[in-house]
Design a protein around this ligand. Structure first.
Ligand code: ARG
Length: 423
C-alpha cells in the first residue's frame, strides 16, 4: 500500500467513541472511566450489526438497573449517522443496526468509486491480451468459454491494477479450413440456409467438404489451390471469405454481449498476411529456418524442441508463422510489457516453439510473452470436434444455465418480478 492508506477510524472505533460520548452526556456527574464502553460486532445478525454491553457494568457505577440504563440511552442519546436503529434486548444489551446507504457512503470516502485506494502497480505499463480467439465459420463450443472468461477476468484485473490493456481477439480467419470451405460453398451452398443461420450452414459445408477430401484427391487438391489463391489475394475468394468472417463475427458478438465481454481489437490471423514473407526471411537470415524441398522449416532441435513448418511448398503459411508476425507487430505497435495468450494447454508446444523463435531472433521482449494455459474438455469418446459433429455449443450451455437459474429462482423466490428474475 502507498501512503494514501485511509487514516479515519474504523467503524468499531467510531461507534465506541459515540457510545462513550453518549453515556457521559446523559450521566455527566458519574465517573465512567473504569468501565469499558465499546461497540462489538454481533455474533448473530438477528441482533443487528453491532452491540453495546456497557449497561451491565455501568449498573454498579450509576446505581440503576442495566435495562433502564440501556433504555434511556436508546431514547435520549444523540443519533449517529451510521446507526439506523437501536433496540434493547435481554438484561440490557443495546443492539445497533447500521444504515446501508451510510455504510456505502463510507466506502466511497476511501477513494474514487470502486477503487478503495487500491494501489496501481501497473501504472505506465502495458499489456497485450490475446484471448477467446475462436475460429471463423465454426460455432463457439463449450471449450471456448474458458479462454473467454479467464481472458476477460485478466483483462479487468490488469485494468484495475492500472495497466494499459490492449485486448485482441485473434480470430482464426486464415487457416486451412478456408480452402475446403470455399470450394464446398461454391459447389453446394444453400443461400437461404446461409442467410438464416450462417455458421450452421458453413459448418455443414465444411463437414461435407472435409469428408469428400478424404476420398477424393482431386477435391483435396482443389481446396489446397483455393487456399493459396485466397492467401494470394484472389478477388472472388476474398469476397466470399469476407462474408464468412462477417457473419461469424455477428454470431460471436451475441455471445460476447451476453457474457459482458468486449475487445479493443479483433484483428484475426489474416491481418498479418503482408508481414509473413519478411518474418520467414528473418528466420532464414537468423539461421533457424531453412528451405527443405521447397517448404520452409525451422530447426529447433538445438533447443530441444521438434522442428516446425513455417511455409508449405505451395507458399501457404501456417498458424505459427502468423503468430510470429503478430507478436513482432504487437511489440512494434504497443511496446507491451507483457503479452499474454489465454489458450488451451494442448497448444503448449506451439507456444514453446513460438517463444523460442522470438528469442533466437534476438528480441529481448521474448520472455515477456506468456502462455496462460487451461485444460481440455474431453468426451469419453475423445476430444470435441466440430468436424465429427461431437460438440456442445456454447450458446446452448448459456441458455441452459439461464434456464436452470430460472428454476432455482422459481422455487426459492417465486414472488420476484419477471424483470428481476431475468436480471
Ligand atoms: N484460433 C485458435 C484456436 O481456436 C486460438 C488462437 C489463440 N491465439 C493465438 N495467438 N494463437 O485454437
Amino acid at each position: 500500500m502507498d501512503g494514501a492508506a485511509p487514516t479515519r477510524p474504523s467503524i468499531t472505533e467510531d461507534l465506541s467513541a459515540w457510545l462513550r460520548q453518549g453515556f457521559s452526556t446523559l450521566w455527566p456527574d458519574a465517573d465512567l472511566s473504569g468501565v469499558a464502553i465499546e461497540a462489538v460486532p454481533t455474533a448473530d445478525e438477528r441482533h443487528g450489526d453491532y452491540q453495546a454491553n456497557a449497561a451491565m457494568p455501568l449498573a454498579k457505577v450509576l446505581r440503576e438497573k442495566p435495562r433502564a440504563i440501556a433504555e434511556r440511552f436508546v431514547a435520549e442519546s444523540a443519533p449517529h449517522p451510521l446507526v439506523a436503529s437501536m433496540e434493547v434486548a435481554g438484561p440490557g444489551f443495546i443492539n445497533l443496526t447500521l444504515d446501508e446507504a451510510a455504510l456505502a457512503g463510507r466506502l466511497d470516502a476511501f477513494g474514487p468509486a470502486g477503487r478503495f485506494n487500491a494501489p496501481e502497480p501497473g501504472r505506465g505499463r502495458s499489456l497485450v491480451l490475446d484471448y477467446s480467439s475462436p475460429n471463423v465459420a465454426k460455432p463457439m463450443h463449450i471449450g471456448h468459454i474458458r479462454s473467454t472468461v479467464i481472458g476477460a477476468a485478466l483483462d479487468r484485473l490488469h485494468r484495475f491494477l492500472g495497466y494499459r490493456v490492449i485486448s485482441d481477439n485473434h480470430l482464426g480467419d486464415w487457416g486451412t479450413q478456408f480452402g475446403l470451405l470455399l470450394i464446398g460453398f461454391q459447389a453446394w451452398a444453400d443461400r437461404e440456409a446461409y442467410a438464416q443461420d450462417p455458421i450452421a450452414e458453413l459448418e455443414r459445408i465444411y463437414r461435407e467438404s472435409y469428408a469428400r477430401s478424404q476420398e477424393d484427391p482431386a477435391w483435396l487438391e482443389a481446396a489446397r489451390v483455393a487456399l493459396v489463391e485466397l492467401q494470394g489475394g484472389h478477388a472472388g475468394h476474398r469476397e466470399l471469405w469476407e462474408s464468412f468472417v462477417a457473419s461469424s463475427l455477428g454470431e460471436f458478438e451475441r455471445i460476447y454481449q451476453r457474457l459482458g465481454v468486449r475487445f479493443d481489437l479483433v484483428r484475426g490471423e489474416s491481418f498479418y498476411q503482408d508481414r509473413l514473407a519478411e518474418t520467414v526471411d528473418a528466420l532464414i537470415q537468423a539461421g533457424i529456418a531453412r528451405e527443405s524441398e521447397g517448404a520452409v522449416v525451422a530447426d529447433l532441435e538445438p533447443y530441444g524442441l521438434p522442428p516446425c513448418l513455417l511455409q508449405k511448398k505451395d507458399g501457404a503459411t501456417l498458424y505459427i508463422t502468423r503468430d510470429l508476425a503478430a507478436a513482432i507487430y504487437r511489440y512494434r505497435t504497443y511496446r507491451f510489457d507483457r503479452l499474454l495468450y489465454v489458450v488451451g494447454a494442448e497448444q503448449s508446444l506451439h507456444f514453446q516453439q513460438l517463444f523460442k523463435m522470438l528469442e533466437v531472433l534476438g528480441f529481448p521482449w521474448a520472455d515477456s510473452c506468456i502462455h496462460v494455459p487451461f485444460g481440455l474438455i474431453r468426451f469419453k469418446e475423445g476430444r470435441m470436434s466440430t468436424r465429427l459433429g461431437r460438440v456442445i455449443l456454447l450458446e446452448e450451455v448459456l441458455e441452459r444455465a439461464v434456464e436452470l437459474a430460472h428454476e432455482i429462482i422459481r422455487e426459492k423466490n417465486p414472488a420476484l418480478e419477471h424483470k428481476e428474475k431475468a436480471a
